[in-house]
Design a protein around this ligand. Sequence first.
Ligand SMILES: [Zn+2]
Ligand SMILES: [Zn+2]
Length: 138
Amino acid sequence: MKDNLELLKSYQLKITPQRIAIVEELASHGHLSIEDLYQGLLERFPTISLATVYKNINAMEEKAFVQEVKIPEQKSKYELTKANHAHVVCQECKKVEDVVVSTKVILDEVKDVSHYQIDRDDLVFTGLCPECVVRQSA
Ligand SMILES: [Zn+2]
Ligand SMILES: [Zn+2]
């Protein structure tokens, strides 16, 4: 709890109970859509609106405290900003997980080959998670 407070402060974000709760939700679930966050927060803040959650996430994204994760065919999810990593998405149970790999190598190669100035480097791989593979072959 105190850590999350310090974390928000270090990004020069205004501290509110709702923001602390958003950080807690993201820290424990990893990747959440605005709607997921809203549902999670409703338990603690019955009067919170979806617009408030949007506003808070936007403010946090502006300060690079959270980042958007774009996933094909799913609503955007948000996560606390961490070192570059790729994502794997299960097409069956829809879970999203971090994969810590050196995305920089791929990014450098893309820059070299395309000569583009890249501003987003989301790497999302889709497939079946180990649990769903087992379930499908059972
Ligand atoms: Zn799965
Ligand atoms: Zn992630």
